[in-house]
Design a protein around this ligand. Structure first.
Ligand SMILES: Nc1nc2c(ncn2[C@@H]2O[C@H](COP(=O)(O)OP(=O)(O)OP(=O)(O)O)[C@@H](O)[C@H]2O)c(=O)[nH]1
Ligand SMILES: [Mg+2]
Length: 320
């Protein structure tokens, strides 16, 4: 007998419930999350993530930034923090991608044999990204849960963003983001000759996302200085503060009209250079993700294509 895919299994279960009129005590109440749960626990592909978003309200969080900015480390740290207990009163309540979380944490753990905590480079894959899933219990007594879906894509995908043909195809998943987090690499900002490029690359990523109408106006956009321990280790001088303030102001001037909600912050997911707490800033991010309005259904990824720029013309050709 052919094996049903997760979505078919969900609808088969729903059908058997409705034709009976009621669900008898012997028929187990199917939780779609259990059915969608892939035995491999690998990152969810686009259709599995979409099936999950159809079965329950989810919040889509895109973590963006150039290669090495700290995207995967942020996810690994979030998962590790939940190992020691609740964060901001939220409890870990499961994941459809548990082994995938374990995998991204492995290199940073003692048993990997690494002397220094590390995160492996995320491999660049063409096409849609994969997603990591977290289910959180917000209130045990009230039985209140929330589900977060995170992208973990290689920075290469964002570095190619100026290539309009490629980005129209590869970055279509951005259209359903509720939250877009852009990381600016604090380590690279320690070198005055590299700072300008860090800021420029970040602006290019956001500009291309808005120009291609890949981010909705409702999407919260947050720009953070990652690896903030490098700033602190260098004394976080007036000059550093001025540089960050000026950069934040430049981002505000360029993008505040394009999104309803533009935020700024600092992050040190895994500080090694200064005595900051592990996961500095992660609590605040989690609070913002939990506080987002969830989507009760998968949003249409079909682009609203207007305009005559090559990126729009290409997207229109792809749709036809
Ligand atoms: N000191 C310090 N290092 C960090 C921090 N966050 C990440 N790193 C290090 O930065 C390096 C790159 O981090 P990744 O999380 O792999 O970066 P990424 O953005 O996922 O990179 P790609 O997957 O290649 O796009 C790793 O060596 C991390 O250990 C931090 O807060 N402080
Ligand atoms: Mg990565």
């Amino acid at each position: 007998m052919a094996t049903k895919n997760p979505q078919e299994q969900v609808s088969a279960m729903v059908q058997s419930e409705t034709t009976d009129g009621s669900v008898s005590a012997e028929v187990p109440q199917a939780d779609p999350l259990d059915i969608i749960d892939l035995p491999s626990g690998k990152p969810l592909n686009d259709s599995a993530a979409t099936a999950l978003s159809k079965s329950r309200a989810v919040k889509w969080v895109v973590i963006a930034g150039p290669v090495g900015a700290g995207k995967t480390t942020l996810l690994a740290t979030l998962y590790e923090l939940f190992q020691s207990g609740p964060i901001n009163g939220c409890r870990f309540a499961g994941s459809n991608t548990l082994p995938a979380f374990e995998e991204i944490c492995h290199l940073s753990r003692m048993e990997s044999g690494n002397m220094n905590p590390e995160t492996g480079r995320t491999l660049y894959k063409e096409g849609n990204p994969s997603y990591l899933h977290l289910r959180l219990n917000l209130d045990i007594a009230a039985g209140k849960f929330t589900d977060l879906l995170f992208t973990d894509v290689s920075g290469e995908m964002f570095e190619d963003i100026r290539d309009s043909e490629k980005s129209s195809k590869d970055l279509v998943f951005l259209r359903r983001a509720n939250y877009f987090l852009l990381l600016l690499d604090g380590k690279k900002c320690m070198r005055p000759d590299q700072r300008h490029k860090v800021v420029q690359d970040g602006k290019t990523i956001l500009q291309a996302c808005f120009d291609g109408e890949m981010l909705s106006k409702e999407c919260v956009v947050k720009v953070v200085w990652s690896k903030f321990d490098y700033f602190r280790n260098a004394g976080d001088t007036q000059e550093h503060k001025k540089f960050r303030q000026e950069t934040d102001a430049r981002f505000s001037a360029a993008f505040s009209s394009k999104t309803k909600d533009l935020r700024f912050g600092c992050l040190a997911s895994r500080p090694t250079e200064f005595d900051l707490e592990f996961g500095h800033g992660v609590n605040d991010l989690l609070a913002e993700w939990v506080g987002l309005g969830a989507q009760s259904d998968a949003m249409s990824l079909a682009p609203q294509i207007r305009g005559k720029r090559e990126i729009e013309l290409f997207a229109r050709r792809m749709q036809e």
